[in-house]
Design a protein around this ligand. Sequence first.
Ligand code: RIB
Length: 328
Amino acid sequence: MGIKQVADYAGVSIATVSRVLNKSANVSEVKRKKVLDAVKTLGYRPNDLARGLRNMPTSTIGVIIPDITNPFFPSVIRGAGDILHEADITPMIYNSDGNIDIEIEQIKTLISKRVDGLLFMHSEESKRVIDLIESANMPVVFLDRVEDGRFASVKSDNYGGMKIIMDYAYSLGHRDYWYIGGESKVSSARERLQAVFDFERDHSDISIKYASTTFSYEGGLWAFELLKKKFSIPTIIICGNDLIAFGAIDACLKNKLRVPYDISVTGFDDGFLAAHYNPPLTTVAQSPYDLGATGAKLLLEFISGKRKRAVTRVLPIRLIIRQSTTQL
Ligand code: RIB
């Protein structure tokens, strides 16, 4: 005996039977009476086990990152993983490869697996994704890239970090800049770019030329050649992340420019390679491990019901001075 037999007997839809059994308000009295009579006549007992299972936690959470080849993101997972392991929760990790359609399919899969929550580093802001997440009524914490104030998020002080490195470059005597930033479809790239815009507004004695690319080594190579075609070579290249900086450094070398003697280069992240590149990279250190750990702790508070309201945590950054920059 199932809910479909009750619906057929009462001459109503399965959804109506479900609403009556869940004591929902929006059912007419006539239909409610038909359903209750059918339940009584057929001796139907709702499958409490199935209902119970549907609402039981699974002790799993989803983690979606946009680019598993970028060492920043596995470090985020490492931080989250340590917290989740302590809580006996299994992370289900997906790489969207920066593809929004893949991201949506992965979220649908996680919803079907009834994960208890989602740690989300999106590849771009998307109403389609937000609608899907809201329809699932699932706890979500955005990491590194913020969607909007409705959702809890953890990020680094992107604006402050880029301001510090611009101030440092200026203190070295640089007045002629290129800025090669990440694509503005993510908030971390936009916040860093805004710091450069504001710096340019506040310093009338400098020149800055801009390019936007992917947060990647290839992006740095490509953007250097693009700017070289249009503008004279500057004294410093400020990059939106370390991978772009590594590409820019190698583009300089291909163009017979010695770093830092002919041109300085800076990055943002301070991943493992930054200290070991040739030359070691001046950059802004953020802590992806802490970002992941803080996000996981927040998500567990939402899942347990201890926290209800969205909050944004901003983690500090540090300027790391190495040999890829020099005094003019
Ligand atoms: O390196 C990847 C970049 O994308 C990092 O700077 C991180 O902040 C993310 O936004």
